[in-house]
Design a protein around this ligand. Structure first.
Ligand SMILES: *Cc1c(COP(=O)(O)O)cnc(C)c1O
Length: 390
């Protein structure tokens, strides 16, 4: 029967159809805010769509939920939430699991913006925040207070790359009645079985290896059990931090090639790290797979691989100006934050806190992308000439 309605109505309520059964290999991008219910009595705005069916686009479309399910499968968790970025995953965890009067512990080596959120926002809301040495292991017990509810880990740590004793920290946290949370970005959720090691919650910046091409921002939070899932879900709903289905579809594409990209970045990083260890300009190389990295033995015990990010510390005779000249002389390594894409990157950090290792301004963080290793080595070699040029 022909559609007799006015064309303005047809624009919205069309009878046009297309054939079904388009069995493509790629996940469609499902965009959508409103979800239509069959009957009024079915309408619900609950967030747990995996259990009760679709209710609203804010809690994910099929594209978002497929990405969540795949991350959850890889990390061997109970459920995963997708957030608009890694930092949103971090703030979601804090806001869902802490309240005024609680105490949260973070390693001194934690990702900088996580520290900024803790100091700037959590303290403002009456949460006590303190930091522990990343090498604490079971000794973390001495840092606990009666109100400690959350213990963050990041292994290896941002910038200084300390590998942590996760099982010891998780066990101590549990004895205290606290939850153990891991920033699992470096291992891409792949090279570390966080839940088997006792973690309760993990997060990743999917921006890095899962995205893989420096063209999107996404994060994930994966939980051990249903109880934590409920706490996270209720806060995720009211924070309104939905991820774009378009970005999720790019991340789903990224996942398909992640095995070969991770392997290539790993091999390039190992080759460059080993080459740098033998250079006279270098004091130490902070790469978890090298014995010179703090916690290397723990890396051997707990990890099944390494990724493309590590740091190098130049000898004390090199000043800040020389280190900056070295970085500026690099041609293939681009100066930029973030990592996990195809392009090699470099960044320097000034570590002046007495609680951090005394690397000062001699630490340079490198990320090896997918370029040929010969070209990367040649690039670093020519830039080292600038370091020593005085
Ligand atoms: C990049 C990163 C984040 C934050 O991710 P964004 O997607 O950039 O917000 C969190 N933790 C670690 C370890 C990271 O490297």
């Amino acid at each position: 029967m022909a559609n007799k309605k006015d064309w303005k109505t047809k624009l919205i309520h069309s009878d046009a159809t297309v054939p079904e059964g388009f069995h493509a290999l790629a996940t469609p991008v499902y965009r959508g805010s409103t979800v239509v219910f069959e009957h009024a009595a079915q309408a619900s705005d609950r967030w747990n769509q995996l259990e009760i069916g679709y209710t609203y686009g804010l809690y994910g479309t099929p594209t978002t939920l497929e990405l969540a399910a795949k991350i959850c499968e890889l990390e061997k968790g109970f459920r995963t939430f997708i957030t608009p970025g890694g930092q949103a995953a971090i703030s979601l965890i804090h806001l869902a699991l802490l309240k005024a009067g609680d105490h949260v512990l973070l390693p001194e080596s934690i990702y900088g913006p996580n520290r900024m959120f803790s100091n700037g926002v959590l303290r403002r809301f009456g949460v006590e925040v303190s930091y522990y040495p990343p090498g604490a292991g079971a000794g973390i017990r001495s840092e606990f207070k009666p109100n400690t509810r959350l213990v963050w880990c990041e292994s290896p740590g941002s910038i200084t790359m300390e590998v942590q004793d996760l099982p010891a920290i998780a066990q101590a946290a549990h004895e205290q009645g606290a939850l153990a949370v891991l920033d699992n970005t470096w291992a891409a959720g792949i090279y570390l079985d966080a839940f088997a090691l006792g973690m309760d919650v993990t997060m990743q910046a999917l921006t890095k290896y899962v995205g893989g091409h420096s063209d999107l921002l996404l994060g994930s939070v994966t939980v051990r059990d249903e109880k934590i899932y409920e706490r996270l879900g209720e806060t995720h709903q009211v924070l309104g931090c939905a991820a774009s289905p378009d970005d999720c579809s790019l991340a789903l594409r990224g996942l398909k090639t992640m095995a070969v990209r991770l392997k290539a970045a790993e091999q390039n990083a190992l080759a460059l790290a080993q080459w740098l260890s033998a250079r006279p300009e270098v004091e130490t190389v902070l790469h978890p797979a090298l014995p010179s990295c703090p916690g290397h033995e723990l890396w051997k015990r707990d990890f099944t691989g390494s990724s493309g990010l590590f740091s190098v510390v130049f000898k004390p005779r090199y000043g800040k100006e020389q280190v900056l000249a070295f970085i500026d002389a690099l041609r293939l390594f681009k100066i930029g934050y973030s990592w996990g894409g195809v392009t090699s990157l470099v960044m320097t950090y000034d570590l002046q806190s007495p609680k951090r290792p005394a690397y000062g301004s001699r630490l340079v963080r490198l990320y090896t992308g997918l370029e040929a290793i010969e070209d990367l080595l040649a690039d670093v070699e020519q830039a080292l000439a600038r370091l020593t040029a005085d």
